[in-house]
Design a protein around this ligand. Structure first.
Ligand SMILES: NC(=O)c1ccc[n+]([C@@H]2O[C@H](COP(=O)([O-])OP(=O)(O)OC[C@H]3O[C@@H](n4cnc5c(N)ncnc54)[C@H](OP(=O)(O)O)[C@@H]3O)[C@@H](O)[C@H]2O)c1
Length: 317
């Protein structure tokens, strides 16, 4: 069902991607463009959106619309959905991918930054669902896929607002699935990536003292984009993108005492760069930093970074 139902009637489909100017969202838009889809790109910063739009056209997109907006602004999301319907007369698929990260303990992240992470990641996903689901229900076909995270199934040190927001995104996906069971043509999907090589770690607000980085194994945004697009048609495929996610999730749920003991020492070694202290700041959480928006983050050599972190810890003892 989902997009393939739309595909048989309308070719090519219309896809909206929030967070479409960087990382996973950008890779998803590029992959859909290569199949000739109509692509609507949403993010706050217009320059990175227009740069992505050019790449999408070069890849063969049926057409590209650019909609600069903050997904935390419900009226702006409503206007975006209305403008897509006005232009195309339908909406086949939406990937809700816009996201920001803040590093820091619950009591260390400033109120404005904490609230803004929840507003983009969770309230933004709710806003998208509020305006997209009625369209899909009216059509009787189409897909909404929410991008969560493995940390939406875990607790980790120093990522408090991000963890809470992603638990919320997972709850929203489940809630929407229950609410839309009466429309078998409407596909509600959810995926939880692990570490992905995107700029989000460099863009993050940071009140933890050291730079963040994707934990190993590090996937490419292109690979995640393929997994995302595959789930638009088959939303019930496994939501965890990778075996490591499953191991962490099972440990967290079934061996909580062991998990809680290990995650404290493991997190700084696997998911930060202890050789790069950072000054506290809001990163792109309160306003976009378009100069950092791109497809890849440049974080491929995870094993080397883990070794460097271990050496750094030893030298500090
Ligand atoms: N990278 C990973 O390892 C990883 C792992 C698990 C889950 N994820 C999730 O995957 C999604 C994409 O992350 P990514 O790694 O691709 O990040 P990214 O490269 O930093 O891209 C984030 C995108 O979201 C947009 N955005 C941020 N705040 C927004 C807002 N309020 N309104 C509209 N757009 C906004 C950004 O553009 P502007 O700043 O211009 O708005 C950008 O286009 C996120 O939900 C993230 O939590 C990522």
């Amino acid at each position: 069902m989902g997009v393939s139902a739309a595909l048989s009637e309308h070719d090519p489909p219309v896809l909206v991607v929030t967070g479409g100017s960087s990382g996973i969202g950008r890779a998803t838009a590029l992959a859909a463009s290569a199949s000739g889809w109509h692509v609507v790109l949403v993010a706050r910063g217009p320059a990175a959106l227009h740069e992505t739009a050019e790449d999408c056209r070069a890849r063969g997109a049926g057409s590209v619309l650019v909609r600069p907006l903050d997904v935390g602004d419900d009226d702006a999301v409503a206007a975006m959905v209305a403008s897509v319907l006005e232009r195309y007369g339908r909406l086949d698929a939406v990937v809700s991918c816009a996201g920001v990260v803040a590093y820091g303990r619950t009591e260390s992240v400033p109120v404005a930054v904490f609230d803004a992470v929840l507003r983009t990641n969770l309230t933004g996903s709710v806003n998208v669902a509020r305006h997209v689901v009625p369209v899909l229900r009216r059509q009787g076909a189409g897909a909404l896929l929410l991008v969560g995270s493995v940390v939406g199934h875990l607790a980790v040190p120093s990522m408090s607002p991000y963890v809470l927001s992603k638990w919320g995104v997972r709850a929203l996906a489940r809630q929407l699935s229950v609410e839309n069971r009466d429309r078998p043509g409407v596909a509600i999907g959810y995926v939880a990536p692990g570490g992905v090589d995107t700029p989000i770690y460099r863009q993050a607000a940071n009140y933890a003292g050291y730079a963040g980085r994707p934990p190993p194994p590090v996937s490419s945004p292109e690979r995640v984009a393929r997994q995302v697009l595959a789930r638009l048609d088959r939303p019930h495929r496994r939501d965890q993108l990778g075996l490591t996610n499953e191991v962490l999730r099972l440990g967290f749920s079934f061996l909580p005492a062991v998990y809680d003991r290990l995650v404290g020492p493991a997190f700084p070694v696997g998911a930060t760069d202890l050789t790069r202290p950072v000054a506290p700041g809001p990163g792109n959480v309160l306003a976009p930093r378009e100069d950092h928006d791109r497809l890849h983050g440049g974080y491929r050599s995870a094993a080397g970074r883990v070794l460097a972190n271990l050496r750094q810890q030893r030298s500090q003892r």
